[in-house]
Design a protein. Structure first.
Length: 395
């Protein structure tokens, strides 16, 4: 797509916005900034319209860049517009504007350029050498998918679990569950990034290269079923990869697979977990892909669990603040962190545990617990870890 075509696509979206401002009420950025109109979705898209329609000074474009790349891409604005207004996909305009700004050499944010450089050089946004990527799974006995005879599932670990020890714990818990359920699975020993950061940060050309490399791996190994640890990988495979190329490959988030395994009786949960928990809906599982019930069904199968819902849950869930490439940048205009707000909401519910199903959410929520100073009264745990604590040893 040429720059002119991209520009026109963006203008086609933003000119349909009727400026009703209903989206501002649900934009998470307004919870953590001064609440100016320009910091919300319709304000960002109005600024985009101004920048594209008329030539503006570089200083203005840099200010717009900061607004544009601060968006969490939570999709709450889109849901609200569909429910109460004309159904404009403002997030599509924001995503394409990021691509436009990158191609015009104005974006992304300076801090966000490093993960893109790492992706191009090492195949991951954290700068790990490929040889380091497998360190976390030593001793687990997980076969490479190409060697796993009659494998049912390709377990796609993602970059964060191979970089962050806390998320590696979640991956280990999921592996133990799959083994307990006697699922025939394997991993890609040469696994690289799914391309999510490149799509979110507007680096379209690099994204397309990564996509083709991964599709080649899937096809050469005969992959028919992918299960991801991260909702961001799940969403990328499902919505950013060419559907024609992914035809015949089933893509699931692991919470969906766990629900299926429990329903099939392949995972038996007999140990009581006497805890009052609240579930935090990850944006890229919930609002982006309408997966709300599978994680709740999994939680509901645990004996002893008492689930209390956040006031803002499901399609109205508050973003953790980690989406849209924000894990690699800080924003000076922000006076609070979304995860801190979420932690206070959990405390007000009397919850003992925040349960989630996303590496970014887990990292941010644990940071929020520390920032708010409630480590003694509130824990954050991934749903896979909770299920592992509830299963009876199975042979």
């Amino acid at each position: 797509m040429s720059q002119e075509e991209l520009k026109q696509d963006i203008l086609d979206v933003v000119t349909n916005c009727v400026k009703c401002r209903f989206c501002l009420a649900v934009c998470p950025l307004l919870d953590i900034t001064k609440g100016w109109q320009g910091q919300g979705a319709s304000g960002i898209t109005l600024a985009i319209y101004t920048a594209l329609k008329w030539e503006v000074e570089r200083e203005y474009k840099e200010a717009l860049r900061d607004l544009l790349f601060s968006c969490t891409t939570c999709r709450n604005c889109v849901v609200r517009c569909q429910e109460t207004s004309v159904g404009v996909d403002l997030l599509d305009a924001i995503d394409k504007s990021r691509q436009f700004f990158v191609e015009e050499m104005y974006g992304p944010m300076p801090q966000q350029k490093k993960p893109l450089e790492f992706l191009e050089r090492y195949g991951n946004p954290y700068g790990m050498l490929p040889s380091e990527r497998k360190e976390w799974m030593k001793g687990l006995g997980v076969p490479d998918y190409s060697e796993a005879t009659a494998a049912e599932v390709l377990l796609y670990i993602g970059c964060t679990a191979t970089h962050d020890p806390r998320i590696a714990d979640v991956a280990r818990a999921l592996i133990q569950l799959l083994k307990a359920a006697q699922v025939k699975f394997g991993i890609l020993e040469d696994e690289t990034c799914c391309a999510c950061p490149t799509f979110r940060l507007g680096e379209q050309f690099l994204a397309e290269e990564i996509v083709q490399e991964n599709i080649s791996k899937f096809k050469s190994r005969g992959v028919k079923h992918i299960v991801t640890l991260s909702p961001h990988c799940f969403d990328t495979f499902l919505n950013n990869y060419p559907k024609s190329e992914m035809q015949g490959i089933k893509v699931q988030h692991y919470s969906q697979l766990l629900r299926d395994l429990i329903k099939q009786g392949r995972l038996v949960l007999k140990s009581k977990v006497e805890k009052k928990v609240t579930y935090h809906d990850p944006c890229y599982l919930g609002r982006h892909n309408d997966i709300y019930e599978a994680p709740r069904e999994v939680l509901g199968s645990i004996p002893g669990i008492k689930l209390v819902e956040f006031n803002r849950c499901k399609a109205d869930s508050l973003c953790c603040g980690g989406g849209g490439g924000r894990m690699w940048a800080d924003f000076e205009a922000e006076e609070e962190r979304l995860a801190n707000i979420r932690v206070r909401e959990a405390i007000s519910l009397g919850a003992e545990v925040i349960v989630t199903a996303c590496p970014f959410c887990l990292i941010n929520m644990e940071d929020g617990v520390k920032s708010v100073g409630v480590e003694d009264s509130l824990k954050v745990i991934d749903i896979a870890e909770l299920i592992l604590s509830a299963i009876e040893e199975q042979g």
